[in-house]
Design a protein around this ligand. Sequence first.
Ligand code: SAH
Ligand code: MG
Length: 214
Amino acid sequence: MSHINEEYIEEYIRNILPDNKPYLRELEIYAENNHVPIVEKEVAQLLKLLLKIHQPKNILEIGTAIGYSTLIMAEVTEYAKITTIERLPQMIELAKDNINNTKYKNRINILEGEAEEILPTLEGKYDFIFLDAAKGQYLEFFNLCMDILEPGGLIVSDNVLFKGMVASDKLVVRRKKTIVKRLREYLKYINEIDGYISAIIPIGDGIALSYREE
Ligand code: SAH
Ligand code: MG
């Protein structure tokens, strides 16, 4: 139960979507068995659609895990360069294996380390950023991303409703209190900040889209 949508709605949408390619299905199964929190099918689908519309040249992902969302993004973009940041060595190894097995390996660059340290060192500009790392740090990540996001660029943040806890105190478990508080601050911030227009979308674990106005 995600506490975001009724289960029957989620199931209906997931069943109507076509299956991903077999190698991505394998990653989905690996993630499920090993509790790696990859994007839900309906979120992956929205990512694909946004990328098709937006046609970014330079994508930045914060939070690679096993490279699943990275490869989803590679699948629907023909030429985009994808830079992806991950701090856990065991995830980096898995992501490398998974990515090097595909024809996309030359377009994908994995940066190893803490995102908060790597982001200020990035020299390029990005027109699409997928934010999917430590949820308590989203505000910090967003601020660091503002400098490297092109006008007209989009930041997509995942898990912003955090199992519904962000929207209701009744659902908050004690050890998640700080994350929830920070995610609430984050959503308020991206909805009020000048020069951006944001939308919160209750699919998957909740995503937010933030468009930097030109
Ligand atoms: N985007 C992936 C899932 C990412 S899970 C997908 O949908 O397929 C979140 C990942 O972010 C984890 O692997 C975690 O190790 C990484 N992470 C969390 N905080 C981070 C940080 N501060 N810097 C770099 N990586 C981080
Ligand atoms: Mg996520």
